[in-house]
Design a binder for this molecule. Structure first.
Ligand SMILES: [Fe+2]
Length: 206
């Protein structure tokens, strides 16, 4: 399993996940760089299976349609809840703990509301955790944008993120931290938003 992290625009990250054996690939959060992502897929002889949106915001989705138009056999994947706001036809709508196979890779989707009602994180083969705008290195996603909810975000971090294993590598949707990725264990020890014990404490974080 390989995960390629690609910085795009000012501080967004897109990802390409692929299975070396079957060459099956997924693109996660394509936005301003569809041509670069397509070039990577074609030049590495990959077969694009899924185009996945972690949530509906344009800086994670604006490249989806161009990629779908180029590789029409690929399937657009988003959460059931965020799909209506995507403005494009979603082929596979996922709910909490739905799984998809990507060659020999397991993609396990977790519903993580807070930044948007249907935001999802993706566990890749019990090794990586793609967090979209739910969790960044050193911070969490904003809850003051349309669809955001601070109570839901706190619940997501406590109930959905904290119980996950420390060895997972967190790959966020933006490059906001002091490093582009980190172990979840290290984030549990250092990320101020994961250290808050109560909603009141959480709501006071600047
Ligand atoms: Fe966002």
């Amino acid at each position: 399993m390989t995960i390629k992290q690609i910085k795009v625009g000012f501080d967004n990250f897109s990802y390409i996940i692929f299975c070396e054996k079957t060459r099956k690939a997924s693109i996660v959060d394509p936005s301003y760089n569809p041509s670069e992502l397509l070039e990577f897929i074609l030049s590495n002889n990959l077969k694009l299976e899924y185009i996945i949106a972690t949530h509906y915001h344009g800086d994670h989705t604006s490249g989806i349609q161009k990629i779908k138009n180029s590789i029409s056999s690929s399937k657009i994947v988003a959460s059931e809840l965020d799909s209506p706001k995507l403005g494009i036809k979603v082929d596979i709508k996922v709910s909490d703990h739905n799984r998809l196979k990507l060659g020999s890779i397991d993609l396990d989707f977790i519903l993580t509301p807070g930044h948007t009602p249907g935001g999802i994180c993706i566990i890749v083969d019990d090794k990586a955790l793609l967090t979209g705008d739910t969790l960044f290195i050193g911070d969490c996603g904003r809850t003051d944008l349309p669809g955001g909810n601070i109570t839901q975000m706190f619940k997501t971090l406590i109930e959905k993120i904290m119980p996950l294993p420390d060895h997972l590598i967190v790959y966020p949707g933006h490059d906001y931290g002091d490093k582009p990725f980190d172990t979840l264990g290290n984030q549990k020890r250092t990320n101020k938003t994961l250290l808050a014990k109560t909603l009141i404490e959480f709501s006071k974080i600047p």
